[in-house]
Design a binder for this molecule. Structure first.
Ligand code: HEC
Length: 143
């Protein structure tokens, strides 16, 4: 009888052991879900009214150089000096999947209003140029 009891005890202990990693509840789908949820849907659904030209992209590149590169890096890799100092977690705009899930309207909203530790450009950059920046950001991931 005794060996049987020990065996059952072992089985019971085994059964109540914490489940293996794979059975633990999945983490929330994306860490960015919360801030994203704050973008009003009419803003997110706004269609980019700007048609890019070589000239408008050149302007966007210049603005990006002044206003964004210190954090997002000249190439969009997210390794700008200021971002490094802030130890900010940056997306890599060169990675085609980085902005794939975002609409132009969402990107416009983030550039205008900011996100997390990034301040928005507000009225410093005209809406037309902000749309150009959206187009420029997307162009960074193209070969
Ligand atoms: C002071 C540093 C800083 C500057 C300057 C800055 N950003 Fe950011 N940016 C960040 C940080 C940090 C994040 C991540 C914020 C978060 O997710 O909490 C971010 C996020 C973004 C995102 C969202 C990426 C995503 O999918 O989550 C976009 C788009 C963006 N920045 C564009 C720009 C553009 C365009 C400019 C220039 C007009 C700019 N940023 C200037 C720091 C900066």
């Amino acid at each position: 009888m005794k060996p049987f009891l020990i065996l059952s005890a072992l089985v019971l202990t085994g059964a109540s052991a914490p489940p293996p990693q794979a059975q633990q509840p999945a983490p929330p789908a994306t860490a960015a879900a919360a801030p994203e949820a704050k973008i009003p849907s009419d803003a997110a659904n706004t269609v980019n009214p700007v048609k890019p030209t070589a000239e408008s992209l050149a302007r966007a590149k210049k603005i990006y150089g002044y206003e964004c590169a210190m954090c997002h890096g000249e190439s969009g890799d997210g390794a700008g000096d200021l971002a490094k100092n802030m130890k900010a977690k940056m997306v890599d705009f060169r990675d085609p999947s980085a902005l794939k899930g975002r609409t132009d309207g969402e990107l416009f909203y983030i550039i205008k209003n900011g996100k997390g530790e990034m301040d928005g450009e507000g009225a410093r950059v005209k809406p037309e140029e902000t749309w150009n920046l959206v187009i420029y950001l997307r162009s960074l991931s193209k070969p």
